[in-house]
Design a protein around this ligand. Structure first.
Ligand SMILES: [Zn+2]
Length: 222
């Protein structure tokens, strides 16, 4: 198995809304990961802190305040200061939900749209670790968020997905519904079903485009 396709997991009814600040950071990091730096493409990442609103809405409000754009050796991992920030947010602000975001820049093929085995086990272990001493009503949701550069190098085909490990059902869940809030207006990021093929076998990919389409008439109906 090369990796995991988000849309193969059970679908969540949660709706994710990104603030303009979070969306801007996300776009900045995906642009960085498309840069060839000293002959290499690197992964970049951040933390997005959020809160629950009514009716299953998760509002991801603010990106990490610590420096999160340093070049690492290819694969992104949280720095010590990011860990410290996360721990203090959980302790002080009672942060119950956050997203661990990273990019996949490997656009020579379409595999970058898959979560690696390490990605999935990291989210799972972090959720289990953070919740081990917590009561049900205090549970923390750890969203895994991955954005990848289009294999065809077309920026409008860059994509994003969210998953999380459900502590009650003991399985990964996929959150297909992603919006961006600009001013008082929410824009849904468009889904384009696609296929990923490996060794002649095709897997469905439910891909979410990163570009906001503000023209209502062009919105796809789902
Ligand atoms: Zn990864």
């Amino acid at each position: 198995m090369l990796g995991y396709i988000a849309s193969n997991y059970k679908k969540s009814n949660y709706k994710i809304v990104l603030s303009e600040q979070v969306y801007t950071r996300l776009l900045g990091l995906i642009n960085l990961c498309g840069l060839n730096i000293n002959g290499e493409y690197d992964e970049f990442g951040s933390l997005f802190y959020g809160k629950f609103e009514s009716n299953g809405v998760i509002f991801l409000e603010s990106p990490s305040e610590v420096q999160d754009y340093q070049i690492q050796s290819k694969s992104f991992s949280m720095t010590d200061s990011m860990w410290k920030e996360l721990e203090s947010k959980i302790d002080d602000d009672n942060c119950r939900i956050f997203a661990h975001f990273h990019t996949h820049p490997y656009f020579q093929d379409d595999r970058n749209r898959l979560y690696s085995t390490e990605d999935i086990s990291f989210y799972q272990n972090l959720a289990i670790g953070l919740n081990s001493n917590r009561k049900n009503e205090d549970q923390i949701i750890v969203l895994g968020c991955m954005a990848s550069v289009s294999g065809r190098n077309i920026s409008s085909l860059d994509d994003i997905s969210f998953v999380y490990y459900d502590m009650r059902q003991h399985e990964m869940i996929y959150v297909p519904s992603i919006f961006v809030k600009i001013g008082n207006q929410e824009y849904e990021l468009e889904h384009v079903p696609d296929e990923y093929s490996y060794n002649g076998v095709s897997f469905p990919i439910d891909r979410t485009l990163l570009e906001i389409n503000t023209d209502e008439s062009q919105k796809r109906h789902r």
